[in-house]
Write a protein that binds this ligand. Sequence first.
Ligand SMILES: *Cc1c(COP(=O)(O)O)cnc(C)c1O
Length: 354
Amino acid sequence: MKRHNFSAGPCVLPQEVLLKASEAVMDLNGSGLSLVEISHRSKDFVDIMEKARSLALELLGLEGKGYKALFLQGGASMQFLMVALNLLEKRAGYLNTGTWSDKAIKEAKIYDDIYEVASSKNANYNYIPKGYDIPTDYDYFHCTSNNTIFGTQMKQFPDCPIPMVCDMSSDIFSRQIDYSKFDLIYAGAQKNMGPAGTTLVIIKEDILGKVSRKIPSMMDYKVHISKSSMFNTPPVFAVYTSMLTMEWLKNLGGITAIEEINQKKAQLIYSEIDLNPLFKGFATKEDRSMMNATFTLANEDLKDTFDTMCKEAGINGINGHRSVGGYRASMYNALPLESVQILVEVMSELESKA
Ligand SMILES: *Cc1c(COP(=O)(O)O)cnc(C)c1O
């Protein structure tokens, strides 16, 4: 049976990427050796790393603008503390829009004072706060572009008077925004870019070197930049597969092309959620995420019926996060429009049955 993978992460990747990645595990570029058994200092792998780094900047429109791309380990969660270690001297401002921002705040607080410029915690994060002020004398401002768990997404970003740092783990490469507004962007690969195991970090170099503390080498962005993202053994499989996904996206027409498809997918599911009386959307309409649609059943008694129907249709991974309940359909770049069509058909079939 054809599967429709709505998993929130790790998540769906393009079939052709999975195929090429598995071929490289057996034989990289006809060398007779596996991607995972050659030296990371070999020309084959150095070329892969360099291609991945330049593709990331190219797709985001950041080439030649003073940015460096790194593929690090430790997940987006490691970036919560690396950002603070490298940039936090006095005080930073954080926008609290969900579990992940909250965790980023918690880690940064270990090092210094954090000011929450605004928070939607009191409403279980079902909206994005707006109209807040960002103090001009802080070290940086941190926000989360897409709240994977709650299904909200920042549609606008502030004109930030200080360096702007953004956790884009779950919507990087999904929509056209002015990425040059940001001074540091990070994203765990396993949502929109590749398998788990690497984190893309994009840094405007001139924001570094301004804190007085000593930074351990592995945590120091400057060290990783000076070693071209090869300070120690990089996660070769995750970097290679991410590179393949970026190539796939480029061949498709880049972010502008995928954004059109992502909009279609989101419109399809949200119009079903709005029109079908059996379902209720969780996130405030104007802040709804194009990547993660969160919704609940108006009548919990239908849960078993709906779950069975989904299972029979090959739908996988739509259970909501425990802090929201209900359902979450994650529609990352590689999820085909057809999968959303199937889900919407099942939702409307439930209505005709009920
Ligand atoms: C998944 C996720 C994280 C955590 O990523 P890890 O790589 O597991 O550390 C952080 N932020 C956001 C927005 C996420 O969706």
